[in-house]
Design a protein around this ligand. Structure first.
Ligand SMILES: *[C@@H]1O[C@H](CO)[C@@H](O)[C@H](O)[C@H]1NC(C)=O
Length: 350
């Protein structure tokens, strides 16, 4: 009789070990790729960051109607929404605004909550263009136009105008989300998330940029001179493609503005104001960063709150993926969540 070479092993032990290794690997990957690690990190930020004034300005000065070309003072009537969507747009981006209106920006209820969408603009270069905007404003009632030149370098001004407008004319709003006009927003998913948060809900939520260094090249459009901001890195701030502020956080940011150096990058500036007012950013991997996500019904329909760089043509296609009554995701896809969407994005990039 031939001797047995291998000692007998119970197959279930191997199976168990393999399973554990697999789960461990998955947890590690989700920590690194899926953004869970960053979310955990952001939850532990508050004790380290500290703030300046600590919400000293609950009653900041708000812009008067002379700050606006199209003030839209009763735009929020008859009642303030739960979530106010403020879209930074530009006078010439007519197709982008139409695509947003025809998709997620056209709805008044999302996830069981009232929502409203407005577009923010500066002044165009010509009076013909201004006349077109006034016509568009009459037709749709959703433009807010500040009295400043609509340029890249004035984006900070645009955001602060928007926040001031929201505080002055939509005071009952619980949350404000600022997005760009090339962002797809899954409003039902986002409002459900915000509605489920415990109150009081002082919140500054988005995709956090952790340690961005100021660009010191004067020729770059992201240039920040050392005279404006001498430190070697910005504090953590939420990507400007999409971020959420609770209404008290809006007041904190507005109140901090006079004390914060005029950095021309709007998201950095809001981050600096938030920091000054003692507000800590919260990270979510479900919001837009620079990742481009391929059109996947589960990612766009359920998992992601926002996706950046969705052009006017793709906006309707993306929006059609929302509200598939749970048919979009299999339980496995739903369980893998953002991780699966990131892997799809990585594979597409190969
Ligand atoms: C910002 O807007 C103001 C007011 O219209 C204008 O004077 C200024 O040139 C603009 N700044 C930039 C850098 O475009």
């Amino acid at each position: 009789m031939a001797p047995r070479l291998c000692p007998p092993r119970r197959p279930s032990a191997w199976l168990l070990r393999g399973l554990l290794a697999g789960l461990g690997g998955l947890a590690l990957v989700s920590l690194l790729v899926g953004g869970t690690g960053e979310e955990l990190l952001s939850w532990s930020l508050a004790p380290f960051l500290g703030g300046g004034g600590g919400f000293l300005h609950a009653d900041p000065p708000l812009p008067g109607s002379d700050s606006f070309l199209l003030p839209n003072v009763d735009g929020c009537e008859p009642r303030a929404p739960f979530l106010l969507v403020l879209v930074a747009s530009a006078p010439g981006h007519i197709a982008q605004r139409q695509a947003v209106r025809a998709s997620w920006g056209g709805i008044r209820w999302a996830g069981g909550y009232p929502v409203r969408t407005f577009f923010a603009l500066g002044a165009p270069g010509s009076s013909e263009e201004q006349a077109r905007l006034e016509e568009e404003s009459q037709r749709h009632g959703d433009l807010v136009q500040g009295r400043f030149a609509d340029t890249y370098a004035n984006l900070t001004l645009k955001t602060m105008m928007l926040l001031g407008w929201a505080a002055a004319h939509c005071p009952g709003t619980a949350f404000v989300v600022k997005v760009d006009d090339d962002v797809f927003l899954n409003l039902p998913a986002l409002t459900r998330h915000l509605g489920a948060l415990p109150s009081p809900r002082r919140l500054y939520l988005g995709r956090i940029h952790w340690r961005v260094q100021p660009n010191r090249d004067p020729g770059n459009r992201h240039h920040v001179p050392a005279s404006a901001y001498p430190a070697g890195a910005f504090p953590p701030y939420c990507s400007g493609t999409a971020y959420v502020l609770s209404s008290d956080a809006v007041l904190g940011v507005l109140g901090a503005a006079p004390h914060v150096p005029p950095v021309p990058l709007e998201d950095v500036y809001v981050g600096l104001c938030a920091r000054w007012s003692g507000l800590t950013p919260t990270h979510t991997a479900r919001m837009a960063g620079s990742t481009h996500y391929p059109m996947d019904p589960c990612c766009y329909g359920e998992v992601l709150y926002s996706v950046h760089q969705v052009g006017p043509q793709a906006m309707g296609e993306a929006w059609a993926m929302v509200g598939g009554e749970g048919r979009a995701c299999t339980p496995l896809h739903r369980g893998l969540g953002v991780l699966r969407c990131k892997v799809l994005a990585l594979l597409e990039g190969l």
